[in-house]
Design a protein around this ligand. Structure first.
Ligand code: ADP
Length: 491
């Protein structure tokens, strides 16, 4: 069964994983996935249609109803999830390389993804034995208690920017809460989800507990969202698709949790350590080539240090050169697809035409001397105003909009002037200011004097149009369980 992609060994074939079996799409259709650094085809993968989604949902429903997972002792469920963590970790290098090939991100970043994916499985393995209810002192001679029960079949739809990690953030808690899952990875990056299916099987998940359908969002994803036998959709992706999913899910009144886009403010005060702030601003926008929902894409800098910080940042950006993503020294990769490349170049053009001042980058980048693959130069615009499109819309690429501010009040006003609310960072040496700002910024995550840290144990999610529901931490248990109140008459 083992296959291989560009020298990376794999356990999974490029087929759908349904009810514990590897199967072709019902119509035999396939689609190609490419290596974004070069645009070369990596593999042809089964393209699920509605019939395949039906089969996967039926397998998940059967697995749920027959109870091999939900009635397993919690401690044994925990053991299997823990084993999945171990297997992910044991295959860290292989999985990281596969992710590099499919997504284009630098190896160093892919390794971090895989480590964090293993963390998610281990963290939620621990919760299996801690999902408990309450006994409640109600009126009367009655025993009232609650049971925390699974929802049933969870449809997980994930994006391409952190493929295995985003899959883990949904699959691990959903399984820990004893649900069964149909996972649909993004069409740009289907390979690591198939490996996760193989890992689940090897770890001992009963057939049908984790199913993977590769295919297009508007077809396979949409079929999953509409399916009457799916109890919940857990989605990470664009705000536009999140809106569609919410609308489509209304028909069957599915539970939905959404982790959507962002336009996160990264706010540097004059009392900050400027060297550190420049480093944070750099990784805030250029990590994963800016393809992070939490990217610090709006840099707000207090006027007195604006020029100094901008200069430090521009100097770093100009040094950031395309390199083979599989080379551990490479620090930036290409964008994921041609579509994304064109989108991002369009925003750069818009920034120029709106009168923002380009201080670094500004175009497509060559790779190994040729214009191939989907590379964009790390780009910085200064003199951006909150009204500019590049200050308002999520670009999802290595494009930074820099804006000056005068004081705390001004910073808060500009920072909150967005429909999004996923994350924000504050750079200051003033403790009181740090806490004040943390309260005043409308976002689900606030970083102070750092950018990007996340942990399986800490809740993550959006305010405003960045979505709702909190993944990770204990909060995610609420996304994958429902509470039942039981009344026993004792009279
Ligand atoms: P991006 O814009 O970053 O590519 P999307 O929001 O388009 O992200 O995609 C995120 C995930 O949602 C992918 O798995 C994609 O296939 C899926 N998707 C896209 N459109 C739909 C849809 N109409 N219904 C369900 N899933 C969809």
């Amino acid at each position: 069964m083992a296959t291989e992609v560009a020298g990376v060994e794999r356990r999974a074939p490029n087929r759908l994983f349904i009810g514990g079996e590897w199967v072709d799409a019902a119509g035999g259709a396939t689609f190609e996935t490419v290596h974004p650094a070069t645009g070369e085809t990596l593999a042809a993968v089964a393209e699920a249609g509605p019939a395949d989604v039906d089969a996967a949902v039926a397998a998940a429903r059967r697995a749920f109803d027959e109870g091999a997972w939900v009635r397993l002792d919690a401690a044994d469920r925990a053991r299997i999830l823990w084993r999945m963590a171990d297997l992910v970790e044991a295959r860290r290098e292989e999985l990281a390389r596969l992710e590099v090939l499919d997504n284009g991100k630098p190896l160093r970043e892919a390794q971090i993804d895989i480590t964090q994916a293993a963390d998610a499985f281990r963290y939620y393995a621990g919760w299996c034995t801690k999902l408990q209810g309450d006994t409640i002192p109600v009126r009367g001679n009655v025993l009232n208690y609650t049971l925390r029960e699974p929802l049933g079949v969870v449809g997980a739809i994930i994006p391409w920017n952190f493929p295995l990690l985003m899959a883990s953030w949904k699959v691990a808690p959903a399984l820990a809460c004893a649900n069964t899952v149909v996972l649909k990875p993004a069409e740009q990056t289907p390979l690591s989800a198939l490996e996760l299916a193989a890992i689940g099987a090897e770890a001992g998940l009963p057939p049908g507990v984790l199913n993977v359908v590769t295919g297009y969002g508007e077809v396979a994803g949409a079929a999953l969202v509409r399916h009457p036998d799916v109890d919940k959709i857990a989605f990470t992706g664009s705000t536009a698709v999140g809106r569609t999913i919410m609308r489509e899910a209304a028909e069957t009144l599915k539970k939905v949790s959404l982790e959507l886009g962002g336009k996160s403010p990264n706010i540097v005060f004059e009392d900050a350590d400027l060297e550190e702030a420049a480093r944070g601003a750099f990784s805030g926008i250029f990590y994963n080539a800016g393809q992070c929902c939490t990217a610090g894409s709006r840099l707000l800098v207090q006027r007195s240090v604006h020029d100094a910080l901008l200069e430090k940042l521009a100097e770093r950006a100009r040094k950031l050169q395309p390199g083979d993503p599989l080379d551990p020294k490479t620090r930036i990769g290409p964008l994921v697809s041609r579509e994304q490349l064109e989108r991002v170049l369009g925003y750069i053009e818009q920034g120029r035409s709106e009168g923002a001042r380009l201080v670094a980058g500004g175009g497509q980048a060559a790779y190994a001397g040729e214009l191939r693959g989907y590379w964009v130069e790390p780009t910085i615009f200064a003199d951006v105003t909150p009204a500019h499109v590049i200050a308002r819309e999520e670009i999802f690429g290595p494009v930074l909009a820099v804006m000056p501010f005068d004081d705390e009040e001004d910073a808060v006003r500009i920072a909150n002037e967005t429909v999004y609310g996923l994350a924000a960072a504050i750079w200051t040496s003033n403790l009181k200011r740090a806490h004040r700002m943390a309260r005043r910024i409308h976002a689900g995550t606030i970083w102070v004097n750092t950018y990007h840290p996340l942990d399986a144990a800490s809740p993550f999610g959006g305010y405003k149009q960045s979505g709702y529901g909190r993944e990770l931490g204990a909060s995610a248990l609420d996304l994958y369980t429902q509470i039942k109140s039981v009344w026993i008459d004792l009279s």
